[in-house]
Design a protein around this ligand. Structure first.
Ligand code: FES
Length: 285
């Protein structure tokens, strides 16, 4: 079951947007002043201001866009062009938790497509639709530069790495039940509106949130370590032809050495007794 859709109407004449109530407007004016002060040119503040209005209503409404246009001396057409270009701005009321399943190529083949199909069926919603209780909006997302932890699910832009259909199902069940869930890395989860305010550039004042932000995970840092000439955990390399490791000392990494699902032992074609020939030969061989 889904909430009713409020489709974006870009071409038809519309009544002027309803203004914010006076106390909301006064609060947003004060916040916007703080945001504008960070930029030499006011129009550069458009992206954070769109996050700010999103933090008010949970999406970028026509009222929010009119506020941005007025504050930055832009036309509503200019604001609309930006708000509809970037996928981090929602254009209709949505859930408290935006559950984005990466279905870009790498995550898709590592299980992202299966996760998305499972959640779609489990929640009874399609892409960009919200559960009837208003808790969860499900959506496909593009690559979030966390391919080394594929397949990745993001909730309000926090990472849940190396997911499976089962773990993702537990995740949405916990969100709907109001149980605490911990992202794999980064700051603790907060509501979509709270996330939007942080993205507008206001400090995350929850105790320990900034410290918890951490940094890149070990799988992401391997390239940096290589560039610095630092020692790496010995990786298992499978020869495409002989089915034998290329390294002189075959190494079977223990589970504790697995930096991500990519490093876990895989049933590759080279090691699969059902397909002893290994991967197809390179062209011309
Ligand atoms: S393909 Fe999913 S994070 Fe890159």
């Amino acid at each position: 079951m889904t909430t009713s859709r409020q489709d974006v109407s870009l071409g038809m004449p519309q009544l002027p947007a309803t203004p914010y109530p006076a106390e909301v407007r006064a609060r947003l004016d004060a916040d916007a002043k703080e945001v504008l002060a960070r930029y030499p040119g006011s129009r550069s503040a458009l992206l954070p201001l769109l996050h700010l209005v999103q933090s008010e209503e949970g999406y970028v409404s026509r009222t929010g866009m009119a506020f941005c246009a007025e504050t930055l001396d832009l036309t509503t057409a200019e604001v609309t062009a930006v708000a509809t270009f970037y996928s981090m701005y929602r254009r209709r009321p949505s859930g408290d938790y935006q559950v984005g399943v990466c279905t870009n190529t790498l995550c898709a083949v590592m299980g992202g497509d299966a996760i998305f199909d499972t959640l779609k069926e489990h929640l009874g919603v399609g892409n960009n639709e919200t559960t009837e209780d208003g808790k969860v909006t499900l959506e496909h997302i593009e690559c979030n530069a966390a391919c080394d932890f594929a397949p990745v699910v993001m909730v309000n832009w926090e990472f849940f790495d190396n997911q499976t259909p089962e773990s993702a199902t537990r995740l949405v069940d916990d969100l709907i039940a109001g149980r605490t869930v911990e992202p794999t890395r980064g700051a603790p989860l907060c509501s979509y509106k709270e996330t939007a305010r942080i993205l507008a550039g206001f400090p995350d004042e929850r105790p320990g949130a900034v410290e918890a932000t951490g940094g890149a995970g070990p799988a992401s840092l391997i390239g940096l370590k290589l560039a610095k000439g630092e020692a790496l955990p010995k990786a298992r390399v499978v020869s495409p032809r002989a089915g034998q490791p290329r390294d002189a000392q075959p190494h079977d990494p223990s589970p504790s050495e697995h930096l991500s699902s990519h490093d876990a032992p895989q049933q590759t074609s080279a090691s699969d007794p059902e397909h002893p020939a290994g991967p197809a030969a390179e062209e011309g061989e």
